[in-house]
Design a protein around this ligand. Structure first.
Ligand code: TRP
Ligand code: SF4
Length: 327
């Protein structure tokens, strides 16, 4: 009955950018057609690293979910909710924490890696170590059979599977072991040629105006070996082209390829063409987002309804869990 279920969460980081668009969101949109999807804002997960910086989380959730909806994640087809509105996530997290050996968490490669990457923050907390337990609770609470994850999340999913197995071993078969749906996300380059990321300040946001997007494209790095217009260039070495080529028609790609290699077009002129292609492709998204924003309670209403539906399913699982452990 539950094997068509897919669960996936995203930490509320605020407005989404083109990297999310080509990665996670494109993937969710496809899954939505094939599975019963539960998509949630993982705001308790944000607390694992942002516990001293919580004032922006509520707005971040709204901005992020608005982007989901504008992109086409559909509350009629999928359950869209907020983790902290479904207290069963915390309840199951507590129970799973009782049966999870600390050594499983300590040897998790992302644990040490993230502590090192975020050295300025004190991440020696109980909650940060227990991140994968909360993630396991998120997933098995809905008896999800599949979880779309990127490579970086695979160790977490492995821990989820181990925890589910251990629960079943101790108390009887309650949880399916969720399988990873490994999602390929193309590496989207930002304005400066590094991976697009909000924290690098090199991102193009879905919610920004057409003019802002144009300006950003015009500021992008091109083929750095092409110093003058009379030097032949190569689109393969061009950061702008690598971001924008998916929005160009085949004819445009062909023309730009020839003109760039033949030194017949300047980069400014070329990027204008690229920018228009991108802006045109994002236009329907922008319209839908504006429409959604004109109804100030829309996102909250959708989250409230989704959270109610999620909680119904979660309560059912928790009843079985309590029955199984007899506490
Ligand atoms: N850990 C995920 C991330 O950082 C977010 C997440 C939380 C998640 N719970 C989940 C993803 C459950 C999939 C399933 O991106
Ligand atoms: Fe990039 Fe176009 Fe300049 Fe070639 S002409 S380097 S594709 S911007």
């Amino acid at each position: 009955m539950h094997n068509r279920r897919v669960v996936s969460g995203m930490r509320p980081t605020g407005k989404l950018h083109l990297g999310h668009f080509h990665g996670v969101l494109a993937n969710w949109l496809q899954l939505q057609q094939e599975y019963d999807c539960f998509f949630f804002a993982a705001d308790w997960h944000s607390l694992t690293t942002e516990y001293n910086n919580t004032e922006g989380i509520a707005d971040s959730i709204r901005d992020m979910v608005l982007d989901w909806l504008a992109f086409g994640i559909d509350p009629q087809q999928s359950v869209i909710f907020c983790q902290s509105a479904v207290p069963q996530h915390a309840e199951l997290n507590l129970i799973l924490s009782m049966i999870t050996p600390v050594s499983w968490l300590e040897r998790n490669p992302t644990y040490k890696e993230m502590q090192e990457n975020l050295a300025a923050k004190d991440l020696s907390t109980f909650g940060f170590l227990g991140y994968p337990v909360l993630m396991a609770a998120d997933i098995i609470l809905y008896k999800s059979a599949r979880v779309p994850v990127g490579h970086d999340q695979l160790p977490h999913l492995e821990i989820t599977r181990e925890i589910a197995r251990r629960f079943n071993y101790l108390y009887g078969e309650v949880f399916p072991e969720p399988e990873a749906l490994l999602t390929e996300s193309p590496k989207v380059l930002g304005l400066d040629g590094r991976k697009m990321s909000k924290s690098y300040g090199n991102a193009i946001f879905l919610s920004e105006s057409a003019d802002e997007t144009r300006k950003k494209v015009m500021s992008m790095v091109t083929d750095t070996q092409r110093v003058r217009k009379s030097d032949p260039g190569d689109p393969e070495r061009c950061v702008a082209y690598s971001l924008n080529n998916t929005y160009l028609s085949n004819d445009q790609k062909e023309e730009i390829g020839v003109a760039c290699r033949g030194a017949q077009i300047g980069c400014v002129e070329c990027k204008k063409i690229q920018a228009e292609a991108l802006v045109t492709a994002l236009e329907p998204f922008r319209c839908r987002r504006d429409e959604l924003t004109s109804n100030p309670t829309m996102v909250d209403d959708i989250l409230a309804d989704g959270s109610r539906r999620a909680a119904l399913s979660a309560a059912e699982t928790m009843q079985q869990v309590r029955g199984a452990i007899r506490v």
